[in-house]
Ligand binder design. Structure first.
Ligand code: HEM
Length: 321
């Protein structure tokens, strides 16, 4: 009898341990809001479509915001918190300052979602994840089921944002390590970098590449130099690929032609271990779409706050109390 009890108790222990180590991502679900607020997801989609119609680049900016949220302490909307006496805002981190954008659209969505739901039940972190997906779809990219049920952080960390968001000056081994620290592998790195099939970059992040690097198409470098002089015009924009408002495979065909805009982009096709993946995506749009969708779900699962932890913010820019 005693042995039976011990057997059941240890089985229970093992199950509990397994559930804990599976991590909180297993508690996210695509159906999370189906009962509490079925109107939430259609409202987000409507507002994203309107925002991307007004300005296609907004889709790119919102995709990037979700990435910059997830890479700093998980997808917890920490990137949305404004500076305050208790918040050292991630908006002031190197990768975000004068660069991250789209915060007004997130505010607009949050207000509308709280209105259609009748109360604040949808987290800012989930809004970011759905906004990223709907942005990609609005620009012609693949769709996927966004896992939901993340809660919002009550803290932010500029220091962690500086340490954990990858820099465009990194070489391949550093990029691989940076993604590995987030539980993402080389395939995720290449697929997610495919996010650069949409949007723009400022002159100061690619100046060194177009003036000093040798693994670059000379005509491409010359063309980019016309709007990015050696000094000044730091914030002049260039498209990250030739079709910045279309989610396609041009980013990868460009890398094969040494026309990557950022140093970090070209690192993915520079004789290293990721060359083969770039080749595959450049000639197989279906493979890229499927892998991008899969990697976005994986990125969205980075350390979500669930259960009784965190909060559902009333205003995405501020903690509740
Ligand atoms: C692999 C490491 C990455 C590095 C080093 C990197 C770096 C950058 C830089 C420097 C910019 C230009 C910012 C500016 O000039 O203001 C940029 C833009 C962008 N990034 Fe990345 N990025 C990386 C990965 C990603 C990932 C994983 C995604 C999304 C899945 C992403 C999505 C974007 C988008 C959409 C833009 C354009 C934003 C806009 O036009 O507003 N990036 N990235």
């Amino acid at each position: 009898m005693a042995s039976h009890v011990i057997f059941y108790l240890s089985a229970l222990l093992i199950l509990t341990a397994a559930a804990t180590t599976m991590g909180s991502s297993s508690s996210l679900s695509p159906y999370y809001y189906d009962r509490v607020c079925p109107e939430a997801l259609p409202a987000i989609k409507r507002l994203i479509e309107a925002a991307v119609y007004r300005e296609p680049r907004m889709g790119a900016s919102l995709l990037r915001l979700h990435f910059h949220d997830c890479f700093v302490n998980g997808c917890d909307a920490s990137v949305l918190l404004d500076p305050s006496p208790t918040i050292d805002s991630e908006k002031n981190a190197l990768a975000n300052i004068n660069s991250a954008r789209g915060f007004e659209v997130i505010d607009e969505i949050k207000q509308e979602v709280d209105k259609v739901c009748g109360r604040p039940v949808v987290s800012c972190a989930d809004i970011l994840a759905v906004a990223a997906r709907d942005s990609v779809v609005a620009l012609g990219g693949p769709t996927w089921k966004v896992l939901l049920g993340r809660r919002d952080s009550t803290t932010a960390s500029r220091a962690k944002a500086n340490a954990d968001i990858p820099s465009p000056f990194m070489d391949l081994p550093a990029l691989i390590k940076n993604f590995k620290n987030q539980g993402l592998d080389e395939r995720d790195l290449v697929a997610l970098s495919g996010g650069h099939t949409i949007g723009f970059a400022q002159c100061f992040v690619f100046r060194d590449r177009i003036y000093n690097e040798t693994n670059i198409d000379p005509k491409f470098a010359k063309a980019r130099r016309s709007t990015c002089p050696r000094t000044g015009s730091d914030s002049n924009l260039s498209p990250l690929d030739p079709t910045p408002a279309h989610f396609d495979t041009a980013y990868f065909t460009n890398l094969k032609m040494k026309k990557g805009l950022l140093h970090s982009d070209q690192q993915l096709f520079n004789g290293g271990t990721t060359d083969a993946i770039v080749k595959t995506y450049s000639s197989n749009a279906k493979a890229f779409s499927a892998d991008f969708a899969r990697s976005m779900v994986k990125m969205g699962n980075i350390k979500p706050i669930t259960g009784k932890q965190g909060e559902i913010r009333f205003n995405c820019r501020k903690v509740n109390y």
